[in-house]
Ligand binder design. Structure first.
Ligand code: HEC
Length: 112
């Protein structure tokens, strides 16, 4: 949030008001503050000194996806990167990530 003019290579600058609102939301809902079970797992997956800036680099998230072949992520023109959560997690916008809501474009329903 401190350098939005270069947000992973994109200009994501916001009005001061929006920036304050989003920063406050992020602080209040950070994994180390949340009571959600998954948040606790995310925090536990990190070393105390570790603060990855990309969600796709969180050890917990990396682990959840380590069985998916690269051809379905990087090699998949409809996905391209693990950071495109909602291309596979059809209910991501509602905060739902359960396995039974996953549909990998070109890969169909996930069944491990
Ligand atoms: C290529 C498609 C794909 C993308 C992109 C993807 N996921 Fe997933 N995700 C999966 C699949 C498939 C599983 C189930 C893996 C398994 O259990 O073997 C999964 C599992 C998960 C789980 C665990 C679900 C559970 O039931 O406990 C979480 C949380 C999750 N993903 C979050 C994310 C987030 C956040 C992102 C974006 C940073 C993301 N995923 C991007 C396919 C994807």
């Amino acid at each position: 949030m401190g350098n939005l003019s270069d947000h992973f290579g994109d200009n994501a600058e916001l009005t001061v008001e929006d920036q304050k609102m989003i920063s406050a939301y992020l602080m209040e809902n950070a994994a180390d503050r949340s009571k959600h079970k998954r948040s606790a797992r995310i925090v536990r997956s990190l070393k105390q000194t570790e603060t990855p800036i990309r969600i796709s680099e969180l050890p917990y998230i990396v682990r959840q996806h380590d069985e998916i072949p690269a051809r379905l992520i990087k090699g998949n023109p409809e996905v391209g990167s693990l950071s495109n959560c909602s291309t596979c997690h059809t209910k991501a916008e509602k905060g739902i990530y359960e396995e039974n809501t996953v549909r990998i474009p070109g890969g169909g329903k996930w069944d491990d």
